[in-house]
Design a binder for this molecule. Structure first.
Ligand code: AMP
Length: 283
C-alpha cells in the first residue's frame, strides 16, 4: 500500500493503472475509520481492480465554532486498517497545499444545500463539493463510493457529478450501524456513556416513521412531530426531523411515493445525523 501526500503522485499512479486497462475505485473519508468506512472500502474493491482511499479532515467544510480542531484523528491506526483491507493507495492531502494563500475558487450548488444540514451548517456543502472536486481531479476514479449516512452529501455529489460532467459513477452504500442501531460515526467517540445510550433514539424515531408509513400513514407533518418528540424525550436537542423527496430533498406533505426521513440532533456538544427510506404500501 502506498501512502501518498501529493495530488500529482496519486494521479501518476492511477493514470498508470488506467493505461493498462484497470478501473479505479475511490473512497473519500475524514479518517478515524470505523466499520462504516471499511464497508465502503470493501464495496470499492468489488467495483474496480484498484482502490484509493483519501483521509483528509477538510477545513473548508467546518464552520466557525464547529469541531475541526477536535475532530478525532489516528493516522497510524487508519493506515493499518486500510492495509489490511487491501487498499492500493492512501491519499493524505495537506490542508496548506490544498488551499494555498490566494485560494478563491469554490463549487457551489444552487438549491440542494438549502435544506436539512445546509441550513444549520452554512458553507458546509460548499466545502464538501469543492474538496470532492479537488479529490476527483487528483484520483481520476471510474467510481466513487459514498455512504447513505450523509444522505444530503450523497445527493449533492450525484448532482455535481452530473452537472459538471465528471466521468465518475457515484455509488451509495447503506448505513452501517452498531448492534443497538446507532449509525456508526467518527463523532460517536465524543459521546459520554449516558449520551451514547440516549442517542439510540435517533434510529428508533426513524424506524417508527418507517413502520408507520409501511402501515399506511401519509401525514408527513404528524410523523415529523412524532420523530422530534421521540428524540427530545431522550434528551436530544433536535436540529431537524424531516421527510423529503429522496432526490430533490424538498419537504413532502403527503407521503404517497418513496421518501426519505432524516434527523439531526445534538446530544451534549455532539451533533449526530441519521436517515431511513420510507416506502408506502402497495407503491
Ligand atoms: P466521513 O469520514 O465521516 O467523511 O465519511 C466518509 C464516508 O463514509 C462518507 O461517504 C460517509 O457517508 C461514509 N460513512 C460514514 N459513516 C458511515 C456509516 N455508518 N455507514 C455507511 N457509510 C458511512
Amino acid at each position: 500500500m502506498d501512502v501518498l501526500r501529493e495530488a500529482a503522485q496519486v494521479r501518476a499512479a492511477t493514470r498508470q493503472w488506467r493505461a493498462s486497462g484497470a478501473r479505479i475505485a475511490f473512497v473519500p473519508t475524514m479518517g478515524y475509520l470505523h466499520e462504516g468506512h471499511l464497508a465502503l472500502v470493501r464495496r470499492a474493491r468489488q467495483l474496480a481492480e484498484h482502490t484509493v482511499v483519501s483521509i483528509f479532515v477538510n477545513p473548508t467544510q467546518f464552520g466557525p465554532g464547529e469541531d475541526f480542531e477536535r475532530y478525532p484523528r489516528d493516522e497510524a491506526r487508519d493506515l493499518a486498517l486500510l492495509e489490511r483491507e487491501g487498499v492500493d493507495v492512501v491519499y493524505l492531502p495537506d490542508a496548506g497545499s490544498s488551499y494555498p494563500a490566494g485560494y478563491e475558487t469554490w463549487v457551489v450548488l444552487e438549491r440542494l444545500p438549502g435544506h436539512l444540514c445546509g441550513l444549520s451548517r452554512p458553507g458546509h456543502f460548499r466545502g464538501v463539493a469543492t474538496v470532492c472536486t479537488k479529490l476527483f481531479h487528483a484520483v481520476e476514479p471510474d467510481v466513487a463510493v459514498f455512504g447513505e449516512k450523509d444522505y444530503q452529501q450523497l445527493a449533492i455529489i450525484r448532482r455535481m457529478v452530473r452537472d459538471l460532467d465528471f466521468p465518475i459513477d457515484i455509488v451509495g452504500h447503506p448505513i452501517v450501524r452498531e448492534p443497538d442501531g446507532l449509525a456508526m460515526s467518527s463523532r460517536n467517540a465524543y459521546l459520554s456513556a449516558d449520551e451514547r445510550k440516549r442517542a439510540t433514539a435517533l434510529y428508533a424515531a426513524l424506524c417508527e416513521a418507517r413502520d408507520a408509513v409501511a402501515q399506511g400513514a401519509v401525514d408527513a407533518a404528524q410523523l415529523c412531530r412524532a420523530m422530534a418528540d421521540r428524540i427530545a424525550a431522550s434528551g436530544g436537542r433536535v436540529d431537524y426531523a424531516s421527510i423529503v423527496d429522496p432526490d430533490t430533498l424538498d419537504d413532502l406533505q403527503h407521503i404517497d411515493r418513496p421518501a426519505r426521513a432524516l434527523v439531526a440532533a445534538w446530544y451534549g456538544t455532539t451533533r449526530l445525523i441519521d436517515n431511513i427510506a420510507l416506502q408506502p404500501p402497495n407503491i
